[in-house]
Structure formats: structure tokens, C-alpha cells
Design a protein around this ligand. Structure first.
Ligand SMILES: Cc1ncc(COP(=O)(O)O)c(C=O)c1O
Length: 376
């Protein structure tokens, strides 16, 4: 069966702009609630706050690192205006369950596909399932041009809305400045010609790199699952292609003589393996509480709703995951297969010497590490 492409694309200057623009198009506004994953990059939540809406976090499925779609329905209220699942790390959130709940409650779905270029669900591209799909081309991404983004959608109506919002309220289908604007609000969130030119060149090697990542990730998964205490993230059965922006796994310190995750990652870096601890408990971050305490939110939401927000958005599974998670980033998966052998070997070595490391004895002096890449 041919894979249906998205009918429309609006190119933006970042993934954040793509999400911000999409939320406006599907009608998110001040005083609304938006359902979102807590295990994600901060931008997914910032765009909700920028619309003066309330982020409602739904806990994470620790097996997959994705939003636990089975818990979305219970979070819906009469203020809910959109669902924003994130296809974290390039793997897919459980779209079947998300789309069924969204359909039942007539809610739009904005897919945060910022990490999942060419990823698939049931053989169809991520980003084409929801009302809109948002991509990032920021420097760390599998497809990048320094900074940049895109919105794809099969709806002409959403495309018109997105275009107008990202281009100062000007309409998509005419160059006339006199024409009536499609969007009631807008700004400049356009991609530049320079970003587009770089992207066109980058796209020529995306598929090749994708295949290298997939082969290395499959091989690495096979090696790591033999190591007790290293639990690679699972994919949902219907995720037919993982973009492997991240190789995510859980580190269970009880299998490493109690060696704290921080020390495990330091030891791994000392062995020359680039790695990091991943995201945290976004639902507990101060910037959200500051927003809720501010005059705008106090005016927009009943005091009782704001008082109950913390309890309502508690995510115990995500809290635990945030303490166990570890990642390798996509560039690590672009090397030769021997790199994967060395990564697994380094972990086995740390496990063997975990007792010494827990007692403070380094395996050897830290080497100058690989280039540190920021969290994405
Ligand atoms: C899941 C996710 N959402 C949103 C963004 C925001 O994209 P950008 O940095 O292009 O604004 C990123 C990446 O940075 C991301 O990883």
C-alpha cells in the first residue's frame, strides 16, 4: 500500500514555533487545558504556557518512555482543547489509543514529532496521524539545519491557519496585503531561505543515515539485553519504524552494586562513551509553578483548579523513570558496528568493577570526553 504523504507543509524557524503555531491553529487559547507528556523537551510545555493554557501531564509508560495513553481519558475535562503526544526519541507514542480517545471526545491531536523524522506507525509516517505533526531541525536532530521546523497536515483548514499565524496574519492563498487574514493572531515564525537550502542538502542523506542508525540500534539492543540492569526502551508493536533520535534505556543500580546513575555515566564517559541522563520531572519544574502563580493564570483559572493542579498532574512512574533513565544520542549510532561492541564492553567493565567504583576508586583517569551535546 503506498504511504500517504502529508498534503500540506508550513516551514517554520524552529520546532517550538511549529508547535506554538499548531496549537493556535487547532484553537488552543487562554484558559484552556492541554494534555501533554511529562517526559519531553521543555519546549513541548512552553508552547502551552505561551498560549496561557494549563499543561495537564499524563504519566509516562516506563517500558517505552512514551506518554501512557491509557491514562489520557481520565485527564480530560470540559476545558481540554488538545492532546499533544510526543514521539520521544524517534519511537512512537501509542497512536491507536490516543486517536481513539481524541475521536471520542472530539479533540484535536498535535503530534510532537520533533525527534521522529521518518519514524512510522502501522507503516505510515509519524506526524501524519494527528491534525498536525510538528518537526524540529535544530542542530542535534537527525535532520538539521542549525535551527528550523515544519508543520505537516492533511487539512487545508489547519494549513491556512498555520500559514497565517506564522506569517503575521497574512493569508496563504494570496499575496494581497488587503486580503482578510485567516488567523486572528500572528507573528513571524517563518523558516528562512538559508535554513531551507541547508535542509534540502541534508535530506539527500537522511534515509542512508536512518538505515545505519536502525542497524546499529538493533545490534546494540541485542548486546545490552544480555546485561542485567540495562533495560532498553521497548517499542509499541505498531511502531513499524523507530527514527532512533535517542537510544533510551533504564539503568537499574541494584545490578551494579548500588552504583548511582551519575557515577555510572561518569564511568561510561571515562571509557569514551558519550551518554547522558536524559529528561527529568518536567511537571515539577518551578517555571510552571511560577506561571500558575502569576496574575494571568490567577485570572484565567478558578483558584480551586490551580490549587489541585499539582496533585492532578502527579506522575509517579515518570518520577521513577527520571531517576533510572539514560540515553545515547543519534550521532552515537552513526559509527561503525565496532562502536556498539565497545559501548557494551564498557558497560560490562563498569558492572564488573561496580563495587570499586561505588567505593570511589576510578577505573582510570577520565579521558578527554567526546564532544558534549546538549539535551535535545
Ligand atoms: C520533543 C521536542 N519537542 C520540541 C522541540 C523544540 O524544537 P526546537 O529546538 O527546534 O525549537 C524539541 C527539540 O529541540 C524536541 O526534542
Amino acid at each position: 500500500m503506498p504511504r500517504p504523504p502529508a498534503k500540506n507543509c508550513v516551514a517554520t524557524n524552529s520546532g517550538t514555533s511549529a508547535l506554538f503555531t499548531s496549537l493556535n491553529a487547532v484553537g488552543v487559547s487562554a484558559g484552556d487545558e492541554v494534555i501533554v507528556a511529562p517526559y519531553t523537551f521543555i519546549a513541548t510545555v512552553n508552547v502551552i504556557l505561551l498560549h496561557h493554557a494549563l499543561p495537564i501531564f499524563v504519566d509516562t509508560d516506563p517500558e517505552t518512555f512514551q506518554i501512557d495513553a491509557r491514562k489520557i481519558e481520565a485527564a480530560i475535562t470540559d476545558r481540554t482543547t488538545a492532546i499533544v503526544p510526543v514521539h520521544l526519541g524517534g519511537s512512537a507514542a501509542d497512536l491507536d489509543t490516543i486517536l481513539a480517545v481524541a475521536k471520542q471526545h472530539k479533540l484535536p491531536v498535535v503530534e510532537d514529532a520533533c525527534q521522529s523524522h521518518l519514524g512510522e506507525w502501522h507503516g505510515r509516517k509519524l506526524g501524519t496521524w494527528g491534525d498536525t505533526g510538528c518537526f524540529s531541525f535544530q542542530a542535534s536532530k537527525n535532520l538539521n539545519c542549525g535551527d528550523g521546523g515544519a508543520i505537516i497536515t492533511n487539512s487545508d483548514e489547519w494549513a491556512d491557519q498555520c500559514y497565517s499565524f506564522h506569517n503575521q496574519c497574512r493569508p496563504r492563498r494570496t499575496s494581497s496585503r488587503e486580503a482578510v487574514a485567516t488567523s486572528s493572531r500572528g507573528g513571524n515564525f517563518r523558516m528562512t531561505e538559508f535554513q531551507a537550502a541547508i535542509l534540502l542538502a541534508q535530506m539527500t542523506r537522511l534515509e542512508d543515515q536512518m538505515q545505519t542508525r536502525e542497524q546499529n540500534a538493533d545490534y546494540l539492543r541485542g548486546l545490552l539485553k544480555e546485561i542485567p540492569g540495562i533495560v532498553p526502551a521497548k517499542m509499541y508493536d505498531n511502531c513499524s519504524r523507530n527514527a532512533y533520535h535517542l537510544f533510551m534505556y533504564r539503568y537499574q543500580k541494584e545490578h551494579f552494586g548500588g552504583l548511582p546513575r551519575k557515577r555510572f555515566l561518569e564511568a561510561l564517559r571515562a571509557e569514551g562513551v558519550d551518554c547522558n541522563a536524559g529528561y527529568g520531572m518536567l511537571n515539577k519544574e518551578a517555571f510552571i509553578k511560577n506561571s500558575l502563580a502569576s496574575r494571568s493564570w490567577q485570572r484565567l483559572f478558578p483558584a480551586e483548579a490551580l490549587a489541585k493542579w499539582e496533585e492532578r498532574t502527579a506522575c509517579p512512574a515518570n518520577d521513577k523513570l527520571s531517576e533510572e533513565a539514560a540515553w545515547f544520542t543519534q550521532t552515537t549510532l552513526l559509527g561503525p558496528r565496532s562502536d556498539m561492541d565497545q559501548m557494551a564492553e564498557a558497560i560490562r567493565k563498569i558492572q564488573k568493577h561496580a563495587g570499586d567504583l561505588a567505593g570511589g576508586t576510578p577505573l582510570h583517569a577520565p579521558r578527554p570526553g567526546p564532544v558534549t551535546r546538549g539535551l535535545t
